[in-house]
Design a binder for this molecule. Structure first.
Ligand SMILES: [Zn+2]
Ligand SMILES: [Zn+2]
Length: 364
């Protein structure tokens, strides 16, 4: 079968031919990959800035956002049968007994760093024709969601952020009586992570704004409007305008990976505010920011700054429910997130290209 592989030592990205995987244990499932999404992480791996092949492999098969159709199941598999659709989780636990998160099913909080991630770190990914994995890493998806289920993995970034926010707001007195529609949430960036985050916030009834450098007539901004969020141009309005325009900002969901603007927006976060970072910037020269004001506000305004990576099973399951409700509420906007589809033969060019919102490889 074909697979898109990145050879780190010879710096090549190309389609390879490799044997089909086979079911090796009673709880394993074989999937035919239907679609695989491309994101910034794949582009970084394909430009040799990130990623790690499995031990003893010269290459890494990339792809970590995938929808598959079950073609075969081991004898002890429950809850999945041939022709079911499923999305694959990405991170796999580290081997250490002392790592409580990994031993309790939450490798997204692994504290040893020895986890693997399919398609990213130490394990082959999903930009290929067939994949075998244990049932515990598969999340069943209703057939009605087939055309958009490839968006589930990127949606789980927002789902895990939602989980963290629910925990963090519990510190506030009377939090159960707060109506989110009275709270302002700002999303930084209108790429797939930002737009899916905005959908999640709109779905949770926040007054949602998307702060983005693109133009008002861009396809990204059309999606912002279509879901009932509001666009604010970061080119026309510097961060200090945000608080003046919106009033107290209760929540910021950062999805740009751009350091300067992210910290500038942190400096206008409101009282008791929560700020979630999801972007991963490259390590560059130090930048200037208003550190006194930020630290002062963090203390005097009881603010919380929280980074989040990867997601647990519950976030995937909540994502399935949310994707279903987004498709009820604004189906055209969800479909519009996928701006290009190409076959596995075109995968290399698609991974090396830029542009559009989300490109998807259609495998089968
Ligand atoms: Zn991704
Ligand atoms: Zn661990």
């Amino acid at each position: 079968m074909k697979a898109l592989a990145v050879f780190t030592s010879s710096r090549e990205v190309r389609l390879i031919d490799q044997p089909d995987p086979v079911i090796g244990g009673p709880t394993e499932v074989k999937l035919r990959i239907l679609e695989a999404g491309i994101c910034g992480t794949d582009r970084e791996i394909a430009s040799f800035q990130y990623g790690m092949p499995p031990v003893n492999s010269p290459h890494l098969v990339i792809g970590h956002e995938a929808l598959g159709e079950v073609v075969d199941v081991g004898s002890d598999v429950t809850g999945l049968a041939p022709s079911d659709l499923a999305v694959l989780m990405v991170r796999r636990p580290c081997p250490h007994d002392r790592c409580v998160p990994c031993r309790t099913g939450r490798p997204d909080f692994c504290n040893t760093g020895d986890f693997t991630e399919r398609g990213i770190k130490g394990a082959h990914g999903f930009m290929t024709e067939f994949v075998v994995d244990d049932q515990r890493y598969l999340v069943k998806v209703p057939k009605e969601l087939r055309e958009v289920a490839v968006l589930l993995e990127p949606l789980t970034v927002a789902e895990k952020a939602g989980e963290q926010i629910r925990i963090l707001v519990q510190r506030l007195p009377g939090h159960l009586r707060v109506d989110p529609s009275n709270l302002r949430a700002v999303v930084l960036g209108a790429g797939p992570i930002g737009l899916l985050g905005a959908m999640k916030l709109v779905g949770a009834n926040f007054e949602t704004y998307v702060y983005y450098r693109g133009k008002a007539d861009s396809p990204n901004v059309s999606i912002v409007s279509a879901i009932g969020a509001r666009f604010i141009s970061s080119v026309e309005h510097p961060p200090e305008d945000l608080a003046k325009m919106l009033g107290e900002i209760s929540l910021v969901y950062e999805a740009t990976g751009v350091v300067k603007i992210s910290f500038d927006v942190l400096s206008v976060l409101g009282v008791n505010g929560v700020y979630i970072f999801t972007g991963v910037p490259g390590v560059k020269a130090p930048i200037e920011m208003d550190a006194e004001r930020i630290m002062r506000n963090l203390v005097l305004k009881n603010q919380v700054l929280c980074g989040t990576v990867n997601a647990g099973r519950e976030s995937f399951e909540e994502g399935v429910r949310d994707l279903g409700s987004f498709m009820q509420r604004f189906p055209a906007a969800v479909r519009a997130l996928i701006t290009a589809r190409m076959t596995l033969d075109g995968a290399r060019d698609a991974v090396l290209a830029k542009g559009g919102i989300k490109s998807v490889i259609t495998v089968a």
